[in-house]
Ligand binder design. Structure first.
Ligand code: TYD
Ligand code: MG
Length: 464
């Protein structure tokens, strides 16, 4: 006779407590504790070992263990494949997180339409009907292409039934859209709760590992992890990818934040079009496409996402503060970083930012969290404040310290190469005592020690 008991689980970080708490002691979130009723089951492992059915693990020589690296399932979508670390690893569990409506289902369906030409695939949808998926697939599939025979779609949310389907279909790749909709009736809490998400994911993980099936879990999760957060799932899965971008703009970034089978911090760039997500193979060009030349308050930063350099336009605008309380409004840049940079401008350049509202915008819905963009951000602000455009063929690279000194970012040479490739002629970068880099041909590299010098160099040739 199974007993049940009640417990409280933080919806943000998964912390479990016997009693209700207004503030989670682990992640300090308020009102995040939700009551769950848990059926008290007998620990299955002890029963199994008593019956003598536990399969024993056996230590092996490392040289004898076959590596599965070569056997990846190839994905013909280059941007997606690269973020995964070069194709799908059999037996891997991948979480695709992102805001609702950002394009997760679209991306996964596009991927399955391609992959299922070589591997049997089961797409489990708990959110949309089979007909809705078919309608979307009609849009995504290139005209004149036939649907692959080995792609199966089912609308189902019950975990045991899904397991039955998996047994029948014998797929190599499974998509669960989304993990928040599936539930196992053995656990007495609602679909989408921390318990259900964790239990269902664990079952899928067992399945993936024991039968060498690759499982993709779609999760409506943001980085902050508000709904049954990624922190609950992140340690269960092998790979965590986030699809992000501004819903009202077309660019989407697929970012890997954890990957047991590849380099982390890899980024793929897509554009949402009428026929699904299109790969953007030259993102820097795309991000700079709508740039206004000779407009004050615009500068070019070179950031590196994973192994790939990205040129982005940073816009700054200053305007006299109205009520004596100057505001700082960043879009795509960290708020505290902007506060710090504004203070450095005031103190180290002597420009009175205290009387100015400052707006900063990174074009294309991109978020920059790299300090290497500091110099470009400050240049955009100062250019707007002085109402003098920066030279259109110059890029700015460098982290700014509190004393107004410039610091060298990592991977300088690939940044310079990308700038040169896109036709830029000048780069203002930090002076470093380390051995000098060989700048690419045709790119003039100007080395400066401080923000003050950088401003002098940037504006000297404008003659103002
Ligand atoms: P969807 O994949 O359903 O988002 P998620 O699964 O992350 O919730 O994407 C929904 C959005 O994508 C919707 O606003 C419409 C848009 N979209 C296109 O612009 N073009 C397309 O070809 C498709 C399929 C969707
Ligand atoms: Mg969806």
């Amino acid at each position: 006779m199974p007993r049940s008991f009640s417990r409280f689980v933080c919806q943000q970080c998964g912390r479990v407590s016997a009693s209700y708490m207004g503030k989670c002691p682990q992640c300090n979130a308020f009102n995040s504790m939700v009551e769950e009723i848990v059926a008290d089951e007998a620990p299955s492992r002890s029963v199994a070992s008593k019956a003598g059915v536990v399969t024993r693990s056996k230590p092996q020589k490392i040289g004898d263990i076959t590596s599965s690296a070569e056997k990846r399932i190839q994905v013909p979508i280059g941007e997606f494949s690269r973020v995964l670390g070069g194709g799908i690893v059999p037996g891997s569990l991948v979480l695709i997180g992102g805001d609702p409506g950002i394009g997760k289902s679209t991306l996964m369906l596009q991927m399955t339409l391609e992959v299922s030409r070589g591997a049997r695939t089961l797409y489990v949808t708990g959110e949309e009907s089979e007909q809705q998926i078919k309608m979307r697939a009609d849009r995504l599939l290139a005209a004149g292409t036939a649907f692959p025979d080995s792609l199966m779609i089912v609308n189902e949310t019950s975990m045991p039934v899904i397991m039955n389907h998996i047994r029948d279909v014998q797929p190599q790749v499974i998509i669960i859209d989304s993990i928040q909709t599936v539930y196992d009736a053995d656990f007495d809490s609602s679909a989408g709760s921390v318990t259900q998400v964790r239990e269902c994911s664990s079952q899928l993980r067992e399945l993936a590992k024991s039968q060498n099936i690759s499982v993709f879990l779609i999760g409506h999760v943001t980085k902050e992890g508000v709904i049954a957060g990624p922190r609950v799932l992140e340690h269960i899965v092998d790979t965590v990818l986030y699809l992000e971008g501004d819903r009202y703009q077309s660019f989407r970034l697929l970012r890997s934040v954890k990957n047991r089978f590849g380099t982390t911090a890899e980024v793929g760039v897509f554009e949402m079009a009428g026929t699904g997500l299109r790969e953007v193979t030259n993102p820097s060009e795309a991000f700079l496409a709508e740039r206004l030349f000779n407009a004050p308050g615009s500068s070019i930063a070179v950031t590196v996402e994973g192994t790939r350099p990205l040129l982005v336009e940073v816009q700054g605008l200053t305007s006299a503060a109205q009520f004596g309380n100057a505001r700082r409004t960043p879009n795509g840049v960290d708020y505290n970083r902007l506060l710090m940079l504004s203070a450095v401008i005031t103190r180290r350049l002597g420009l009175k930012m205290i009387e100015q509202d400052i707006f900063v915008n990174v074009v294309g819905g991109i978020k920059i969290d790299e300090p290497a963009a500091d110099l470009a951000i400050v240049m955009a602000i100062v250019s707007s404040y002085r109402d003098i455009p920066l030279q259109a063929d110059t890029v700015f690279i460098g982290e700014i310290g509190l004393a107004g000194e410039l610091r060298m970012p990592a991977q300088l040479s690939i940044r310079l190469k990308e700038a040169q490739k896109l036709g830029f002629r000048k780069a203002i970068i930090p002076q470093s005592n380390l051995a000098g880099e060989n700048p690419p041909k045709g790119l003039e590299v100007i080395k400066v020690r401080s923000l003050y010098q950088a401003i002098e160099k940037a504006f000297e040739s404008t003659g103002k």
